[in-house]
Structures are given as structure tokens and as C-alpha cells.
Design a protein around this ligand. Structure first.
Ligand SMILES: Cc1cc2nc3c(=O)[nH]c(=O)nc-3n(C[C@H](O)[C@H](O)[C@H](O)COP(=O)(O)OP(=O)(O)OC[C@H]3O[C@@H](n4cnc5c(N)ncnc54)[C@H](O)[C@@H]3O)c2cc1C
Length: 423
């Protein structure tokens, strides 16, 4: 069975793909999103995402007013003040956050990924097609492109946009030489509800600030919080509080209506244990591994880790893309993590994916409303996207280097030369 022709076919319904679909719909451009998974339940989906001005601007441009208002109203709050402590709970004055952040941090703006998805999916009936796993594309002689899906269906389009994330199959076909890089950095994170934090007597210094535990010897632990107001959800009938798709998943991880504190920490590969072991540990065992590593830290910090909900803890290999790829413009392009996946340090990946949509939509409007040739529009998008996206990748890599240990070389195996040049 073949799906009817669509002008712009988008592969992937993450923040990038969905925001693009919203922007095209808003401008009356024919588009469809093809998403592999009916429910988004990957680990990171249970967390909030820090949203920056560039992401907010793109959402404002792409969303209809009522959805942008819903986005603003349902934003979570993170603390605005930073605090730096050593591992014995002594305040380190004057340390600041030392990250040289630019103006647009909006450090207090924290969006639940579950809520953001609910907003971005609103009004996309007939445009969003879940259960469609993209396999490959085929360029036709007339300049159009056909996307083939695992279920045997296919769709022909004027433009295929790969917004299918870091492991993008669209990118693998378009730019087969461009792989993902294991940075050699490993991350652990976890959450505790603010209710539990109060019940267990966790110090407010760990729940009411963006607190950096900076040990004299060891790795930094970052703690912050995400506060939600369920009444704000209720004001927007279309935005369900909990995602029904998460109903059968046990534990607190995908709860979307409870305020929580959360922490994350990063180590070099092998420091906490071999990858092959850590990858197979459950949340409780990962907490034990971390507690063993920081056993001499102040009890007030250890208590937070000990009472973390194990369902919210997972081990993550930090990956990046290699910035710099350039290709000849054609009827297939890329957006978001599919072309510039980056480490989570600096909280830029999702914002950059959204920013891309703010670049691509006006170009496609120019192509469809003002007679700009489609390929010229796509090329202008790609040039702007590359400038901005590759800079974000480099910046997130240097932030990771700073965090993990002042200039120590990474243990990344077989990192391409270009990667080394930029770190
Ligand atoms: C630990 C961590 C913390 C982070 N924190 C932040 C933060 O605070 N702020 C921030 O801006 N960014 C953050 N990021 C980065 C952010 O999550 C990503 O950059 C963002 O999700 C990218 O959006 P995207 O739409 O490009 O891709 P994705 O979100 O990866 O979405 C891709 C979509 O494509 C679908 N897909 C994949 N393959 C196929 C296929 N073959 N066929 C059809 N569909 C397919 C997937 O199911 C998915 O829905 C963080 C990342 C991590 C790992």
C-alpha cells in the first residue's frame, strides 16, 4: 500500500519533527510526520528539558497562539540561584557556575518532555503517523523522493526531512561516512519527588538551588529541581496530565504531575565499573555503585542518592556527532539530532533541533508562497543550520571537557581527526 503524495515528509516525531510539522501546518503547507514508536518511553523522555530563548522563539513562530500559551503556562520551574558545595557540604564561595553561559540561558525554564510532546502533537491528527519505521529512501528522476517503511508502505514527497534523531537512518543513507562518537563519558542520573525529599529530611540546599557538588577529588554532581503546577495543566483541557501511553510502566519515572529534584553526574568510562557490567545493572544496583564511589562524601548528599527512586536511574553513554559535514543539496535534508547530535552538557540539543525548525519553515514558506526554488530554499536552510548546529556541538563538547576534568584527554576510542581538532 502506498501513502498518498505529500509535499514535505518528515521522518521522526521528536521535538524537531513535530515542531516542524506544526510550523508547516500553521503556514498551510502540506506535510506528514512518520514516527516509528507509538509511545515515547525512552529513558530521557522521563526528564525535563531546559529550554532556552532560541527554542522558545522557534516554538512561538511555529505553534498556533493557543498552543504556545499552553506551552508557557505548563512550563516547570527550576531554581534560579546557583550554589557550589564541596563533598563535605562546605560552601565554595565565588565559584559561580563558571560555564561562561550566554545571555539566553533561561535557567529557570524547564519543560517536561512529556508535556512538550503533548503540546506538539495537538492538532496533528491526520498529519502524525505513528508505527511507521523508515527504512530507506529512493530519489526519482523527476526530483521527488520516495520513503520506504518497514511495513512495506511508501510515500512520495517533494522533500524528505530526516528528523529521526542521533541514530538517523536517513542520515546513514545520505551521509554514510558520518557516524556517532562515543565520547568515553558515562552518565548517571536520578529523581526524587519533592514530597519524598521533605519526608526524608533532604537538605533544602540540595532541592532549592542549582547545586553543584564539586569535590576536591572526584566528579561533579549536579542537583536541581523541576516544579510543576497541576492546576496549570487543568487549565488546558487538551493537555492531559499523565501520558496514557506510560500507564503500564511501573515506578515514578514517567510521572508528569509531581514536582521533583534530580541529579546527574558524569564519569570517564571504566571509573564506576566496566560498561558491560553497568549496562546491565538496574537502578538500585547503579545507585549502589555510585554510593560506593562517593562513600566518603557528607551524609546529607549520600542521603539524597540513597533515597532516589531507582526506577528513575539509568546508565547512559554520552555520544556526539562530528561537526562539519557538508553535502550537495537535494530532495533529502536533515534536522536536529539527525545531523548535529551533541552531548547533554549545556542543554542545547533539543533547543537546537527547535531552532532548526525556525530556520526551515520560513524557507519552505518562501518556496511555496514566494516562488523561491525549493532546492535554493533547502540550501539556505542547510547553510544556516550547519553554522548554528555545528557550533552547538563544539560548544557542548568543550562544556563536557570542562566538567569531566579540566583539559584531561578523552578516552574516546577511534575518534575521527576532526573531532579531536574541535575539542
Ligand atoms: C541526558 C540528556 C539530557 C538532555 N537535556 C537536554 C536539555 O536540557 N535541553 C536540550 O535542549 N536538549 C537536551 N538534550 C538533547 C535532546 O534530548 C535532543 O537533542 C532532542 O531530543 C533532539 O530532538 P530531535 O527531534 O532532533 O530527535 P529525537 O528527540 O531523538 O527524536 C527522533 C524521533 O525519531 C524517531 N525515529 C527514529 N528512528 C526512526 C525511524 N527509522 N523511522 C521513524 N521514526 C524514527 C524516534 O522514535 C524519535 O521519536 C538532552 C539529551 C540527553 C541524552
Amino acid at each position: 500500500m502506498t501513502i498518498p503524495f505529500v509535499d514535505i515528509a518528515i521522518i521522526g516525531g521528536g521535538p524537531g519533527g513535530l515542531a516542524l510539522a506544526q510550523g508547516l501546518k500553521k503556514n498551510g503547507i502540506d506535510a506528514a510526520v512518520f514516527e516509528r514508536d507509538p509511545v515515547r518511553a525512552d529513558y530521557v523522555q522521563g526528564f525535563r528539558m531546559r529550554i532556552r530563548q532560541r527554542g522558545i522563539d522557534a516554538l512561538k513562530a511555529n505553534l498556533p497562539t493557543h498552543l504556545f500559551d499552553a506551552f508557557i503556562d505548563t512550563l516547570g520551574l527550576a531554581p534560579t540561584e546557583n550554589l557550589v558545595l564541596d563533598e563535605q557540604f562546605n560552601r565554595i564561595d565565588g565559584a559561580g557556575n563558571g560555564s561562561g553561559e550566554p545571555e539566553d540561558t533561561h535557567i529557570e525554564k524547564s519543560v517536561s518532555r512529556i508535556t512538550l510532546r503533548q503540546i506538539l502533537l495537538s492538532g496533528l491528527d491526520g498529519i502524525f503517523h505513528p508505527g511507521k519505521c523508515f527504512e530507506r529512501y529512493e530519489n526519482l528522476r523527476d526530483g521527488t523522493v520516495v520513503a520506504h517503511f518497514a511495513d512495506g508502505t511508501a510515500v512520495r514527497a517533494s522533500l524528505l526531512v530526516g528528523a529521526d534523531g542521533a541514530g538517523s537512518k536517513v542520515r546513514r543513507q545520505l551521509l554514510p561516512e558520518l557516524g556517532s562518537i562515543d565520547t568515553g563519558v558515562r552518565r548517571l542520573a536520578g529523581k526524587i519527588t519533592l514530597e519524598d525529599a521533605a519526608r526524608y529530611g533532604i537538605s533544602p540546599l540540595l532541592t532549592d538551588f542549582n547545586t553543584h557538588i564539586r569535590p576536591r577529588d572526584g566528579r561533579t554532581l549536579m542537583i536541581t529541581s523541576h516544579r510543576v503546577d497541576p492546576a496549570a495543566y487543568a487549565r488546558h483541557g487538551l493537555i492531559g496530565a499523565e501520558d496514557p501511553g506510560h500507564r503500564d510502566i511501573p515506578g515514578f519515572h514517567f510521572n508528569n504531575t509531581t514536582s521533583y529534584a534530580w541529579w546527574n553526574t558524569a564519569y570517564e568510562a571504566g571509573e564506576l565499573g566496566p560498561d558491560e557490567v553497568l549496562e546491565h545493572l538496574d537502578g538500585a544496583a547503579l545507585l549502589d555503585a555510585l554510593l560506593a564511589r562517593i562513600a566518603r562524601w557528607d551524609e546529607r548528599i549520600l542521603k539524597l542518592i540513597r533515597h532516589t527512586d531507582p526506577s528513575t536511574v539509568a546508565f547512559l553513554k554520552v555520544k556526539s556527532s562530528t561537526p562539519g559535514a557538508v553535502w550537495q543539496t537535494g530532495p533529502v535534508t536533515l534536522l536536529g539530532d539527525a545531523i548535529h547530535a551533541m552531548t547533554y552538557f549545556r542543554a542545547l540539543g533539543g533547543n537546537t533541533a527547535l531552532y532548526d525548525t525556525g530556520l526551515l519553515v520560513p524557507e519552505l514558506v518562501a518556496a511555496r508562497r514566494q516562488g523561491k526554488p525549493l532546492l535554493a530554499a533547502v540550501q539556505d536552510y542547510e547553510n544556516a543550520m550547519r553554522d548554528h548546529g555545528y557550533e552547538a556541538v563544539r560548544s557542548s563538547l568543550s562544556a563536557m571537557q570542562r566538567n569531566i576534568g579540566a583539559g584531561r584527554p578523552l578516552k574516546a576510542e577511534a575518534a575521527p581527526q576532526r573531532f579531536r581538532e574541535h575539542t
